[in-house]
Design a protein around this ligand. Sequence first.
Ligand SMILES: [Zn+2]
Ligand SMILES: [Zn+2]
Length: 356
Amino acid sequence: MQALRYHGRRDLRVEDLEQSPLEADSVRVDVDSCGICGSDLHEYAAGPIFVPEGEPHPVSGDVAPIRMGHEFSGTVSEVGDDVGDLAVGDNVAINPILYCGDCRQCNEGNYHICDSIGFLGLSGGDGGFAENVVVKAEQAVPLLDGVPLEHGALVEPLSVGLHAVRRSGVQAGDTVAVFGSGPIGLSVIQCLRAAGAGTIYVSEPREARRNRAVDCGADETIDPTETDAVEYISDATGGGVDVAFEVAGIEATYKAALQSTRPSGTTAIVSIWEGEVASHPNNIVLGERTITGTLAYLGGPRSGEEYGMVIKMLADGDLDPEALITDRIGLEDIVDDGFESLLDAESDQVKILVKP
Ligand SMILES: [Zn+2]
Ligand SMILES: [Zn+2]
């Protein structure tokens, strides 16, 4: 079976590997589509970050080289003996969260902030850049009728957006700013639109991504290389938006998101950071602003929760995965036409789906 493994920085290999054995509590899924994510790019260009090296990951027990890919959908082709609620032929989206089941957060049902949090396809286990995978049955979330199998690969990034919107406490009618409109920024915008947000401002330097932001529901876009986004948003809103989302992961957008939030407003930080940023605490204190971190989406035995919401929203037409997809490629082309293409600063790519 062909699968992609991460051997180290700038070292991804499509290899002929043994397929994983089926366990009693697991299902085998023939992969239809797997998206390349920003975290995959970070691992490739600057990793390993989430990929365990030396020490095995405490939940997966795996260490590099690991099988990559965590945003995927497919069709159940084999069912373990103890699995009652899935059948061969079911179309599913995979919830890739790995959790220990034993820490304080897990005991409270917050598996997505487990002390040992990990992701299939980043921290070990079977990743989706493969012809087939074996996953725990609870990780295979059935798609509803009418949701194309391919769109199942977008449930993961859309769930990140939905969780961020829910965590932020945004209310219908609130004004919002989104800093960065890559795949997660676009997911946030779509979920904000679905949640009834008021005017949505988007700051994004790449023109193609600003256009995508409009397709996803942004009202106004700003090119921060030409316009001071904080000034523009402050003027347009009379002193700042109710909620700002930071989805770019650089110091400039961290500061801008905070400064474009009105006093008493909330700034939600969605990015994962490579290092520290400098910011004056008075930005928070003097306006009694709130900063909230938001990570992934609910997983574990409650995996249906936010995944299920996104799948329902897809079935109802509240979200538009096509607005994110820019290319579809074969597994053999994944490095050149996938990873390298997304890393090219001139490229207009947003979400590339790999069809193993
Ligand atoms: Zn991802
Ligand atoms: Zn845990």
